[in-house]
Design a protein. Structure first.
Lengths: 76, 112
């Protein structure tokens, strides 16, 4: 059964949100979905770049009230 | 900056080795764990604000999440009179500059 988890990295700056996400990704199982919350504009571009480089799936990337919600599914 | 590059590159799958020498090494000696490096220029004030990950944490993440190798310069260890066991993170063996450069010959070297 795949899980969904929220990774709250609001109010941290680059590369805080990315490192936070990566540490959760390490512990997640294949198929799990993580939703990263970030207030850092740079990370909104950088995190999807990392996701594509490493080969996971970017599910969505939305900005809602100054917070980016980046959903990613662990592929491998 | 070195800690940021190391952690992001290592966590993105690049093979990373970090060679600590000169003024950098003293900040990773266990008994200096609260020692704060001098701020570098105007940006140094900005980067000290809450929310920017501390460099020691980033190097630790580089090693833990991305298998980065942390290496201490043997000359700097000698001058500080410490061994890799006296350093706060998981360090590899004491390494000379010649050895490091020869191991890193086929990679990219980023110097800070």
């Amino acid at each position: 059964m795949s899980e969904e988890k929220i990774v709250d990295a609001r109010n941290t700056f680059c590369p805080g949100p990315l490192m936070e996400l990566i540490s959760f990704m390490k512990r997640a199982g294949v198929g799990d979905q993580l939703e990263l919350l970030s207030t850092d504009a740079g990370s909104a571009n950088d995190v999807p770049e990392w996701i594509s480089k490493v080969g996971h799936e970017l599910v969505s990337n939305e900005k809602i009230d100054d917070v980016w919600h980046i959903k990613v599914r662990k592929i491998k | 900056m070195a800690a940021m590059v190391a952690s992001v590159a290592a966590a993105s799958g690049s093979e990373v080795s970090v060679f600590f020498s000169m003024n950098a090494l003293q900040f990773l000696v266990k008994e200096n764990s609260t020692l704060v490096p001098p701020k570098e220029g105007a940006f140094g004030d900005l980067i000290g604000v809450e929310g920017v990950p501390e460099f020691r944490v980033l190097f630790e993440q580089a090693a833990e999440l991305g298998d980065a190798k942390l290496l201490a310069c043997s000359m700097a260890l000698d001058l500080l009179k410490v061994s890799p066991d006296d350093l706060m993170l998981e360090f590899g063996p004491a390494t000379g500059l010649t050895r490091f450069l020869s191991d890193a010959e086929d990679g990219k070297i980023v110097s800070f």
